[in-house]
Design a protein around this ligand. Structure first.
Ligand code: ADP
Length: 311
């Protein structure tokens, strides 16, 4: 098991009478973690706690080995943060905005400029980088915010709704950059979003909070694995012959539409038996699709259990 980069133990954050985080205990591991929850769940408060921008009411935590609430400055040096809202100084060009972020993070002037261009290349920003940022489209402004969050090469990236306002192509490019940062450059990423397909396609782990409470913290792989797995085959040939061959070796089958045949069992365990049965029955298999739990069902169930009104 990999070592967690973030450890939270019974974190409570109260805003006067509102309990925004209620006894949150969880670990965040290397990879990409999707932070999910309905509006008002406590996601932004959790991010602010991680960044040391709000003081916890009680509880204990470490982030990259530093203590939450005590070593905030050190933590912010090692973390890249992309806020949901726009935050730039009017009158600067794109590259100047990124360079400013780099100097704030402590990079010397010349290195800050070199690094800004390198990161803007990575973000797919061409000559527009020399234009005033106020003339930018939403997609370009998102790219600049993203560039600002990674220009100082942080170990941990916290991205708050990074794909909001992007068209499908820009969204896919940004998600791809997140995957590259995680898989090729070993960065740990927390992706706070309400777009479940983004989580499904990009994240390794999922944390769901609702009404300030932790509902789920697990790998996407574990969450997607159904309690009673099935496999749906697309059969070439007489599917009844294949069904009989499978039944003969003790597997339960159900005939579906057209060429479909569903078998009860886990693909990792019974795939050899299926291929063998296909061979003996003279059938071909065009597709083998294991059933998975949808993230949407998991999410709705988790917030329903917390008693959230929108579930
Ligand atoms: P999310 O980011 O999931 O939408 P938030 O962390 O913003 O949730 O909010 C969690 C709860 O804390 C909400 O009930 C919200 O109204 C409340 N809250 C957030 N910030 C403040 C604040 N500065 N003062 C008082 N209440 C706040």
């Amino acid at each position: 098991m990999k070592q967690p980069l973030i450890q939270l133990d019974s974190i409570v954050k109260n805003y006067k009478t509102i309990c925004a985080l209620n006894q949150i205990s969880c670990n965040i591991y290397p990879g990409v973690t999707g932070l999910l929850g309905p509006n008002g769940a406590g996601k932004s408060t959790l991010i602010k706690v991680l960044l040391g921008l709000v003081k916890v009411s009680s509880g204990y935590g470490t982030i990259l080995g530093y203590q939450l609430g005590k070593q905030g400055r050190k933590i912010r040096q090692l973390v890249g943060y992309m806020p949901e809202d726009d935050c730039y100084i009017p009158g600067l060009t794109g590259v100047e905005v990124v360079r400013f972020s780099a100097t704030l993070a402590g990079l010397p002037k010349v290195e800050a400029l070199r690094r800004s261009h390198e990161i803007l290349d990575f973000c797919g920003m061409q000559q527009e980088r020399y234009r005033n940022i106020e003339t930018y489209s939403t997609g370009m402004r998102q790219k600049i915010k993203f560039a600002c969050s990674i220009v100082h090469d942080p170990q941990l990236l916290i991205l708050d709704e990074p794909t909001s306002g992007l068209d499908p192509e820009e969204r896919e490019s940004l998600l791809n950059r997140i995957r590259v940062l995680s898989r090729q450059f070993g960065k740990t990423v927390i992706l706070s979003t309400h777009i479940l397909p983004d989580v499904q396609s990009t994240c390794d782990h999922v944390v769901i909070i609702s009404r300030g409470q932790l509902r789920i913290s697990d790998s996407l792989e574990n969450l997607s694995r159904p309690a009673s797995p099935t496999i749906t085959l697309s059969v070439v040939g007489d599917k009844q012959v294949l069904a009989d061959a499978l039944e003969n070796i003790g597997l339960e089958t159900t005939s579906g539409d057209r060429d479909e045949l569903t078998i009860e069992g886990d693909l990792n365990v019974i795939s050899d038996q299926i291929w063998q049965a296909a061979k003996t029955s003279g059938c071909g298999i065009r597709n083998m699709t294991p059933s998975i739990n949808s993230l949407e069902e998991i999410f709705i169930q988790a917030i329903k259990e917390s008693g959230h009104a929108d579930a």
